[in-house]
Write a protein that binds this ligand. Structure first.
Ligand code: PMP
Length: 428
């Protein structure tokens, strides 16, 4: 029956059947060791090997440069909303502390006063809000910093403002209100945050924002990106980012692990916790502390090795499939699948309405309406009968959402396209 189901759920996503089958065996008895992967110690040599191979797979597929570390974390994408704030504020404070040290030498009191002042006046966290996940991330930042009695979050863009209160577009970069890179005697903002693909709203950045490109003579902007729902679906120039993170449960594997690709210099730039406390901010909680997780090879505490292994198998399958073209090969497949669906929607505009502006339509989460609301229910019911599953839009926005993650085959996309065409013909 599994082979007959075409699953378009938004996350967790499907996993390639061969990976699940090998996983089922490994869950019970891994490589004939007599123990399953959920039973072995995360500190065993087997676990370390699995961790290393999964990392290698990711490095190879995405061409991750040597000056980045790969972390396996807990708490999902949501956990990283908090981790970003804790870690990056600490990095910002450390930068200011070092600068003050240059000026004041070993006058600790003067250093502390200077950094306190700078924090109060200059700390900014820039968020580009293009959908409900970047919105949540910005709200988490505001919430975490609220006890400091100030709003440090700079909403550099809220895409709803120019789109009738709804997400669905990304306004031109020259309308964004980023903190100037060299503002405030070189303090700049602690980071610029965006979500590459908004899963609920179906909005995807077409490419890396030009205004975030490093510019000679300016402070390097630290760009943080949530790629939870489009990881491994297109090429990424990793060196443009300070941190890329995402939960595994869409394009990488099953839930339970979160991946972060972190530029190594940021991992060294942590002030002593006591200094942070004196300045008035918390040091990162240990399991969200990227520096500690990195130092411990992601084994500070118990890591779900089974989930890491599944991710490794998914990566290995992509490497085998695409060979030297690596993630560019998957990009071509993802684009072709998305185009197949959008083409049918666009050729039947009397029945279907893609909800987002054409230039930011997500290739991963294809959101549309059936124009007649009564027919929309029927569309979903008949889809279910045909074993086209998981098409219902997110409860907050309604409509239809066909998620086109890497495990969705072209065959299943074709089945969906056929149904879309046939349904439109009937409704005409
Ligand atoms: N970011 C994005 C883009 C997401 O799609 C999701 C989950 N769907 C999250 C963050 C939150 O991830 P988690 O459920 O792993 O906390």
């Amino acid at each position: 029956a599994r082979a007959e189901v075409a699953y378009f759920g938004a996350g967790p996503a499907g996993i390639p059947t061969p990976v699940l089958e090998r996983g089922a065996a490994a869950f019970v008895n891994f490589e004939d060791s007599g123990l399953g992967l959920a039973e072995i110690s995360h500190r065993s040599s087997t676990a370390t090997k699995i961790l290393d191979e999964t990392k290698k797979g990711l490095i190879s597929l995405l061409d991750i440069p040597d000056n980045y570390d790969i972390l396996f974390l807990h708490g999902g994408g949501s956990g990283e909303f908090s981790a970003v704030v804790f870690n990056m504020v600490a990095v910002w404070v450390e930068k200011r502390r070092r600068k003050a040290q240059e000026q004041f030498g070993d006058d600790d009191e003067a250093i502390l006063l200077r950094v306190r002042e700078e924090l109060k006046y200059y700390l900014r966290l820039d968020y580009l809000i293009t959908g409900s996940w970047s919105l949540k991330a910005s709200q988490e930042a505001a919430q975490l910093l609220d006890p400091l009695g100030q709003n440090f979050v700079n909403v550099a863009l809220d895409a709803r403002e120019t789109n009738e209160g709804r997400f669905g577009s990304i306004p031109p970069e020259d309308t964004w209100k980023l903190t100037p890179a060299n503002a405030n005697s070189g303090c700049g903002s602690a980071f610029v945050y965006y979500c590459d693909n908004e899963t609920v709203d179906g909005v995807e950045f077409p490419s890396f924002p030009q205004c975030l490109e490093a510019q000679a003579g300016e402070n390097d902007r630290l760009v943080i990106c949530d790629m939870s729902s489009n990881f491994l679906s297109r090429r990424v120039d990793v060196k443009k980012y300070a941190v890329i993170f995402g939960g595994a449960q869409k394009n990488i594997g099953i839930t339970d692990i979160t991946l972060a690709i972190v530029r190594k210099d940021l991992l060294g730039d942590m002030p002593p916790p006591s200094f942070l406390h004196k300045v008035g901010v918390w040091s990162p909680p240990t399991i969200l502390n990227w520096q500690i997780v990195s130092k411990n090879n992601s084994l500070y505490n118990t890591l779900p090795i089974f989930s890491v292994w599944i991710a490794g198998e998914v990566l290995r399958a992509l490497i085998v499939l695409h060979g030297d073209s690596k993630v560019a090969g998957q990009e071509a497949v993802s684009n072709a699948k998305a185009e197949t669906v959008y083409r049918v929607l666009d050729t039947n505009p009397d029945v279907y309405q893609p909800v987002n502006h054409r230039d930011v339509r997500s290739r991963m989460n294809i959101c549309f309406r059936v124009k007649d609301p009564k027919t929309e229910k029927q569309f979903l019911a008949e889809a279910e009968e045909r074993l086209l599953q998981g098409l219902k839009g997110h409860r907050s926005v309604g409509g239809i959402r066909a998620s086109n993650y890497n495990s969705v085959s072209m065959d299943n996309i074709s089945k969906l396209a056929e149904y879309l065409t046939e349904f439109a013909q009937r409704k005409r």
